[in-house]
Design a protein around this ligand. Structure first.
Ligand code: ADP
Ligand code: MG
Length: 260
């Protein structure tokens, strides 16, 4: 199972929107896809229409070791797309697990133990911090996808994320690589976002995906309907961009194994 962490310690940069819509695009092209909602706010779960009553088992139970992935996963309305939902309980995990020596490896362990062959790819939607939850994701993942909002301070804070990635590589997960940086909320009419996108490409180089996600109201409306934008309005510019991003992402995966 390919494992990708969607991370950036800044909030509101498009992590969850990216995780939901990429996952939907991958599922639509035949990949058996799993999202792990690792944000106590549970936006990915809500955005995929998972009610509170469907969250009896969640990523919190997964990290505590009380249940496995197969028990915690909930099927979404989208064929081939499952999610391990999140609840607010997760916000206590950081403190509750502090006494456990293996607390940073909990997600890695449960993913390794997940029934082989059940999913082809897993996207981990991280919370807006570099704490224990995101570290669990970076240690469990093979690669990292960084959504970066096209705004003036886009690059600020990125060095902190990159330093964390270096530390994780050095101490826990030497294989971890940055699959790509996705520019989000791009506004063609705004000269500033144009400038930011140019600057980011100049600084970061080819790790930045060619595909840019536009600012698109359909992307922000879709979650309130409990649907990915790709289902809510598959023809909107935002959906088209995420389909293109999924294609570009697959092209970057080493040894891509197309789902049956
Ligand atoms: P994060 O998970 O990084 O906190 P979200 O994906 O939840 O970020 O996005 C933050 C807010 O911006 C949400 O309300 C979301 O609907 C909205 N949003 C995200 N991407 C776009 C976009 N490309 N265009 C318009 N709104 C967006
Ligand atoms: Mg989020």
């Amino acid at each position: 199972m390919i494992r990708i962490a969607v991370a950036n310690q800044k909030g509101g940069v498009g992590k969850t929107t990216t995780a939901i819509n990429l996952a939907t695009a991958l599922a639509a092209t035949g990949w058996r896809t799993l999202i792990i909602d690792l944000d106590p706010q549970g936006n990915a779960s809500t955005g995929l229409g998972i009610s509170q009553s469907q969250r009896e088992l969640s990523s919190y139970d997964l990290l505590r070791g009380d249940a496995g992935v197969a028990e915690c996963r909930v099927a979404t309305a989208i064929p081939r797309l499952d999610i391990v939902p999140a609840t607010v309980d997760l916000s206590g995990a950081e403190i509750e697990l502090i006494e456990f020596q293996d607390r940073l490896h909990r997600l890695q362990q449960v993913l390794a133990a997940a029934e082989a062959g059940q999913w082809d790819i897993c996207l981990i939607d991280c919370p807006p911090s570099l704490g224990m939850l995101t570290l669990n994701a970076l240690i469990a993942a093979e690669s990292l996808l960084v959504p970066l909002q096209c705004e003036f301070f886009a690059l600020e804070g990125l060095s902190q994320l990159l330093t964390t990635v270096e530390r994780v590589r050095g101490r826990f997960n030497p294989q971890l690589f940055i699959l790509g940086v996705a520019l989000t909320m791009f506004d063609r009419r705004n000269r500033l976002t144009d400038q930011v996108s140019d600057d980011v490409r100049e600084v970061l180089g080819p790790v930045v995906f060619d595909t840019v996600i536009p600012r698109n109201v359909r992307l922000s409306e879709a979650p309130s309907h409990g649907l990915p934008a790709l289902i809510y309005d598959h023809r909107c510019a935002g959906s088209a961009a995420y389909i293109a991003l999924a294609r570009e992402l697959l092209g970057r995966l080493p040894n891509v194994r197309k789902a049956a």
